[in-house]
Design a protein around this ligand. Structure first.
Ligand code: ADP
Ligand code: MG
Length: 266
């Protein structure tokens, strides 16, 4: 494994208040890193800083040892792809055209045979080639999510960022999307960074869990070392049963810890 994505001493604020504070993190190729943490802890902000939708106030981000903080947009888009949280933007297009948008960093505006081939290939990988001519807006949530992942894969980047890719999906589609992602990450040696709420899904599919609270990384490492009862208490304010089976922690949330209880620092 080689280090693909490296984030060093990253800071960001929307105004004078810092939202990300001194984040440092490394993720290798062929790895899935899940970012977890309560609402508002900075997961989406971190992902947007990595994709430079937001500009950090300090710190460095590199991909394959190339500093991407000052890279041109098109060059960056050949290294990092981003699947936004919910695509409220309506694509009045066919599935094929939406996925072809992922080829923009290579296209200019005029497509080539190679671009078409890549689109067909990723549609096949995700098992949605039968939907190529369907209207994006008429698909179910699960199908739309796969199309957006296909668009990111068509970008042929080493790093793929996903903001809550499973949050609107039923359990069958959650497993489906995560299985597909994991197999692609392994097969293509990709690096996936996933902001995710569901701790059990994160535990099952991630090589690394990065747990955030109030803009800071509280704990990072293997799922069984991060998703501990202690961390769930101090970060989420909940009491939970954690059972580890074959290195995978299974979390059963039991109750809230009253916020005034000693030991729970908000
Ligand atoms: P998460 O994805 O973990 O729920 P976010 O990254 O969306 O958290 O938000 C982190 C913090 O930044 C929150 O306190 C949130 O209120 C604030 N924030 C998010 N987006 C904006 C924005 N566009 N302007 C000002 N503050 C924002
Ligand atoms: Mg978010």
């Amino acid at each position: 494994m080689i280090i693909r994505l490296s984030v060093k001493n990253l800071h960001f604020g929307y105004n004078s208040t810092e939202v990300l504070r001194d984040l440092t993190l490394e993720v290798g190729d062929g790895q899935i890193a899940s970012i977890v943490g309560p609402n508002g802890s900075g997961k989406s902000t971190l992902i947007k800083c990595i994709d430079r939708i937001l500009v950090p106030s300090a710190g460095d981000i590199s991909v394959d040892r190339c500093n991407v903080t000052k890279m041109k947009q098109m060059e960056l888009a050949q290294m990092i792809a981003y699947v936004p949280q919910n695509s409220l933007r309506v694509f009045p297009n066919t599935v094929f055209d939406v996925v072809l948008m992922g080829r923009r960093p290579y296209l200019g505006w005029k497509g080539s045979k190679r671009d078409d081939d890549v689109v067909w290939e990723v549609l096949g990988l995700l098992g949605i080639d039968n939907l190529a001519l369907a209207a994006f807006t008429e698909l179910s949530g699960g199908q739309q999510q796969k199309v957006l992942i296909a668009r990111a894969l068509a970008q042929e980047t080493g790093v793929i960022l996903l903001d809550e890719p499973t949050s609107n999906l039923d359990v069958w589609h959650q497993i489906d999307v995560m299985e597909i992602l994991r197999s692609l990450v392994r097969k293509r040696d990709l690096t996936a960074i996933i902001a995710i709420h569901d701790l059990n899904t994160a535990a099952r599919y991630s090589d690394i869990i990065v747990m955030m609270k109030k803009g800071k990384i509280v704990s990072a490492g293997k799922p069984e070392n991060v998703l501990t009862g202690e961390n769930l208490a101090s970060v989420y304010g909940i009491q939970a049963n954690v059972r580890i089976t074959e290195d995978i922690p299974y979390i059963i949330p039991l109750s809230r810890i009253p916020q005034k209880t000693a030991g729970f620092k908000k």
